[in-house]
Design a protein around this ligand. Structure first.
Ligand code: SF4
Ligand code: SF4
Length: 281
């Protein structure tokens, strides 16, 4: 049996909001009997894009993380509903029944990811339905996927074994697992949002007081006294150690250049950090 999954590549998301708007276009004011009541034109959208900024000074990057219902296996919302007001289909899509769920405001709190909204007008809990009404009518992908101009958002209908292989091959990750829920929304390059970096710029101060960026200097990173990584500074003297585990750790950066000398810096890493200029002497 094949099941749906949504795959989002963080490296490709530009926060254009097309996925958000396409979903609103599909659902605001439109009833899809058996799938969803109309989405209200005010209130939280069913897809949101979270902005995460890393770094400081002249080394800052931003990652955008689209979020929506994860279509979890072992979904807590399904268990909380108890009576079929929320259920998972054989193809993996989790549906909130717009009739059976009427008046069930309690179900909003049953999602540990905060994906369920309360529709005051219709008196029902709601979330993104994976546009199951369109897929059942023969569409190959939900509106958000079709509207994504960069290919950051992809929907896949695949056997569980194939999805597991893809997950390993592309290093796909889910949001932090909460309880028994197993999200079917998978992220590629998630570490750009969740992990830390440590960077800096290697320079030398000339006899006349001018500052010159130095490419090709050997830079070594030690974490808790152990060698962690090494690189050469780039054409503008910059270096960046990325993909560091987001846990406080003691760091040391050792720089060596055969012609211009050495530099040493150390400290505690508590977030992504740009060290600024490291002068060789
Ligand atoms: S993300 Fe929340 S609403 Fe969606 S299936 Fe999982 S528990 Fe249910
Ligand atoms: S449409 Fe694609 S690129 Fe635009 S915000 Fe959504 S996922 Fe990101």
């Amino acid at each position: 049996m094949k099941k749906w999954a949504l795959i989002v590549d963080i490296a490709r998301c530009t926060n254009c909001q097309n996925c958000v708007l396409a979903t609103q276009d599909e659902h605001v004011g439109n009833e899809h009997p058996g799938y969803s009541a109309p989405m209200p034109d005010e209130g939280a959208p069913w897809i949101t894009v979270e902005k995460r900024t890393r770094g400081n000074g002249s080394m800052v990057d931003v990652a955008y993380v689209p979020k929506t219902c994860n279509q979890c296996d072992n979904a807590p919302c399904v268990r909380a509903a108890g009576d079929g007001a929320i259920y998972q289909r054989r193809d993996g899509i989790v549906i909130i029944d717009p009739v059976k769920s009427r008046g069930r405001r309690d179900l909003v709190d049953s999602c540990p990811y905060g994906a369920i909204n309360w529709n005051e007008q219709a008196g029902v809990p709601q979330k993104w339905s994976f546009d199951a009404h369109l897929l059942d009518a023969g569409w190959s992908a939900p509106r958000c996927v079709q509207a994504c101009p960069t290919g950051a958002m992809q929907s896949e209908l695949m056997a569980e074994g194939d999805l597991k292989r893809l997950q390993d091959e592309l290093r796909l990750e889910t949001l932090e697992p909460i309880g028994p829920a197993v999200p079917r929304l998978l992220y590629r390059n998630m570490r750009r949002a969740t992990h830390w970096f440590l960077g800096g710029t290697i320079v030398r101060v000339s006899q006349h007081g001018g500052v010159e960026n130095i490419p090709g200097a050997g830079v070594e990173l030690l974490l808790d006294g152990e060698h962690a990584a090494s690189c050469l500074s780039g054409p503008f003297g910059d270096f960046k150690f990325d993909d560091l585990r987001p846990q406080p750790v003691r760091w040391e950066v050792r720089v060596r250049h055969t012609e211009y000398g050495e530099a040493l810096r150390e400290g505690m890493l508590n977030a992504s950090l740009y060290l600024g200029e490291l002068p060789l002497s």
